[in-house]
Design a binder for this molecule. Structure first.
Ligand code: FAD
Length: 465
């Protein structure tokens, strides 16, 4: 990177912390959730205000420097990193302001859900956030966002009231249903394409009661019955409940288990009743108890820790999930992780959320294109040996293709074409062919209006052709 240009940048920024390869703390500034997401930036700018983001964006375009934006840093393919380019890292912009009279949360673009859950929780409030609380509000919101409260309140974007965006040309705009409504539409589901979001305002809801939540782990011989019971609990359609089944080998176990995180937004009695037949299968571990909502999204943190190389492949299925298919997947997964113990921290996550509230909003009301009753899941592989990157990613792609074939064998023609959830579809994922669905034409017009030079081009970029 041109040293003179760098000096100009540093002299023009007002309050940012800047890292270059020769500065102390540079390596740490590149850290991401997955080591596969790390790239050696030419310069990392950590702003504390929108003005400096404008300065950095204009500087990079004048000097033909590649631009990446980092929120929570969970992209495994490096969409929040740039080799030799500029990274605008929002990790110093994490403030959450709670308006208790209007029940709204104003959240800076670099915050994580932990900060949101805890700040809202102090006032007996909550909004729809991610189920792993160290993920960023930035990426999760801009791609749609699901969580434990989706059954009651829909997607994260369905609760987004406004956003402040720094565009590539340096303008700082508010987007809401009344100001720049076209941009607001695009931000909700394709949001990484238009600018740097410095602030999100969300609707919050009363959440004074603690919730019934925790982990129940079952030995693999019970897999079919576990899947049947979670299918039944999903079919009994209670928007206050949800479950995530994680096929993974917990530390200390000898084989992968069926680990189910159960959630019920109600009393202990109601939760116990809802999950009664599942828990009657006698889990070997059961940590379920009443906890404050603000702690729920920390339950998966021990399994979703930083470090290692990771592959993150989205899958989706048409409920009820076929227990026989789950068995085939479990057997193959067990064989794979036992043949290569470097993969032992891997897992396959299957979500069981009530999607009716999500589907109340039409496909064209926001840019988010995959509102449907299909359920999502993720194949998360973790390993350390860099030489095995291609092999492991290849295996994950094969498993992903089998889920797609399973979906196609059960779904109607309309369901087969449902676009894949953008936040679970990292670029370069060949199995993913449909992201924006029927909203693509309108998104192209918006891209041409708000980012005609395709400056924001890392995460599922909308082509300008
Ligand atoms: C462990 C784990 C658990 C997850 N759980 C859920 C879940 O429960 N529900 C769900 O819906 N999704 C979930 N996801 C998916 C998650 O929503 C995406 O990975 C999301 O992109 C992560 O956002 P981030 O800000 O942490 O990551 P980053 O890598 O920082 O960002 C991802 C993309 O968003 C862009 N971006 C981030 N912030 C901004 C901003 N403020 N302005 C402009 N662009 C920005 C980046 O440039 C990048 O392209 C999970 C992911 C992981 C890894």
């Amino acid at each position: 990177m041109n040293p003179e240009a760098l000096t100009t940048l540093k002299n023009t920024l007002k309050s940012s912390v800047v890292y270059t390869p020769d500065s102390e703390g540079y390596e740490q500034s590149l850290r991401r959730w997955s080591n596969t997401g790390i790239k050696p930036a030419g310069v990392v700018v950590m702003p504390s205000e929108a003005e400096d983001i404008r300065t950095a964006l204009l500087w990079a375009q004048e000097n033909n420097v590649d631009i990446a934006v980092k929120g929570g840093g969970h992209s495994v393919s490096g969409t929040s990193s740039s080799k030799d380019g500029l990274v605008i890292d929002l990790s110093r912009m994490t403030k959450v302001t709670v308006d208790t009279s209007n029940k709204t949360l104003s959240v800076q673009g670099g915050a994580t859900w932990k900060e949101v859950d805890e700040a809202a929780g102090e006032h007996g409030l909550a909004t729809v956030g991610g189920t792993v609380n160290h993920t960023g509000v930035g990426g999760l919101t801009l791609g749609g966002g699901y969580g434990w409260l989706s059954g009651l309140y829909g997607l994260t974007i369905d609760n987004l009231l406004s956003a402040t965006v720094v565009l590539a040309d340096g303008r700082i705009l508010t987007a809401s249903s009344t100001e720049n409504p076209d941009l607001f539409w695009g931000l909700r589901g394709a949001g990484y394409n238009f600018g740097v979001v410095t602030n999100f305002t969300y609707q919050a809801y009363d959440q004074k009661n603690p919730v019934f939540a925790g982990l129940a782990s079952f030995t693999p011989d019970k897999l079919e019955r576990v899947i049947e019971e979670i299918n039944a609990s999903l079919l009994s359609s209670d928007p206050r409940s949800g479950a995530i089944c994680i096929l993974a080998q917990p530390p200390g176990a000898l084989v992968p288990m069926a680990n189910v995180i159960c959630f019920y937004n109600g009393t202990y009695e109601e939760g116990s009743k809802h999950f009664g037949s599942l828990l009657a299968l006698e889990p070997t571990v059961n940590t379920i108890k009443m906890i404050p909502y603000s702690q729920v999204n920390s339950l998966q943190n021990p399994m979703a820790s930083y470090g290692d190389r990771k592959s993150f492949k989205g899958i989706f299925y048409h409920p009820p999930l076929d227990p026989k298919f789950a068995r085939i997947i479990m057997n193959d997964f067990t064989e794979k992780v036992h043949s290569d113990p470097d993969l032992l921290a891997s897992g396959i996550l299957l979500e069981f959320f009530d999607m009716r509230k999500v589907c109340e909003v039409s496909q064209s009301d926001t840019a988010f294109a995959s509102r449907s009753t299909t359920q999502n899941g993720i194949i998360t592989l973790r390993w350390t040996d860099e030489k095995k990157d291609a092999e492991h990613r290849g295996w994950a792609r094969e498993v992903q293709a089998r889920w797609k074939a399973e979906l196609d064998s059960k779904a109607t023609d309309a369901e087969k074409d449902v676009p894949q959830y953008i936040n679970y579809a990292e670029p370069g994922d060949s199995a993913v062919t449909n992201i924006y669905g029927e909203n693509l034409t309108r998104l192209k017009e918006l891209k041409a209006k708000y980012d005609p030079r395709n400056v924001f081009n890392k995460m599922q970029p909308i082509s300008l052709d």
